[in-house]
Design a binder for this molecule. Structure first.
Ligand code: DX5
Ligand code: ZN
Length: 219
């Protein structure tokens, strides 16, 4: 099994020092910067908009993985694309015409992703799998960092691995929420390609060591 990609989430950084947080991610050996956008409606919390993404863009060349936890994502997708997002992931539960949103992201030259909350089954995204670059499995209820991983969600990762193989598709499978050194083993063993970690990353003293540990690389 290949090492998974690691995507630290700036949700757990100090919002008054975001540029520095992105520089820390850059120096840590992590692969992507995960940017959680919340609107106070789809989830009961608020974070930031496209200006944060454009202001952070000069701090790293790592891909920006923008996770939209917002209603009506189509209205803001162009602004996030313009701001410097690489992956743009929206929630299936926030849209009616998910295929249209995927095409919108693709037509803007960005990599589309779809996320599902813990209560949404994999079967709800099955028709969309040929069109996306990423499926993001929420392993906590979205809205806050620092929650515990819901282990039943790991089955969804295994289901996606097997559908991807059966249909000869190539989307990445990401897991988001409650990932730390201990739970990372479970997520990796389920076959996940991208591990998103907020509180585990920003609370770690040795960020480089944590990234290696999350990848399952032992020295
Ligand atoms: C939660 C966000 C996550 C969050 C994960 O709604 O989507 O990306 O930052 O935080 P931890 O790793 O602390 O569970
Ligand atoms: Zn996220």
């Amino acid at each position: 099994m290949n090492s998974p990609l690691i995507a630290p989430s700036i949700l757990s950084a100090n919002f008054a020092r975001m540029g520095e947080a992105v520089s820390e991610i850059d120096r840590s050996g992590a692969d992507w910067v995960h940017i959680d956008v919340m609107d106070g409606s789809f989830v009961p919390n608020l974070t930031f908009g496209p200006k944060m993404v454009s202001d952070l863009r000069p701090y790293t060349r790592l891909p920006f993985d923008v996770h939209l936890m917002i209603q009506n994502p189509d209205s803001l997708i162009p602004a996030f694309a313009e701001a410097g997002a690489d992956y743009i992931t929206f929630h299936l539960e926030a849209v009616i015409h998910a295929h249209r949103s995927v095409q919108l992201i693709r037509n803007l030259g960005k990599k589309p992703g779809i996320s599902i909350v813990p209560s949404t089954p994999v079967s709800h995204v099955e028709e969309l799998l040929p069109y996306v670059d990423q499926i993001l499995i929420m392993t906590v209820n979205p809205g806050f960092g620092g929650q515990s991983l819901i282990t039943t969600c790991l089955n969804k990762i295994k289901q996606l691995v097997s559908i991807r193989k059966a249909k000869d598709l190539s989307f990445l499978i990401a897991a988001d929420g409650g990932i730390n050194q201990e739970t990372a083993t479970l997520v990796r063993n389920a076959g996940c390609d991208v591990l998103i970690a907020g509180s585990a990353f920003f609370s770690a003293q040795d960020k480089n060591g944590l990234v290696h540990a999350l990848k399952g690389e032992v020295f």
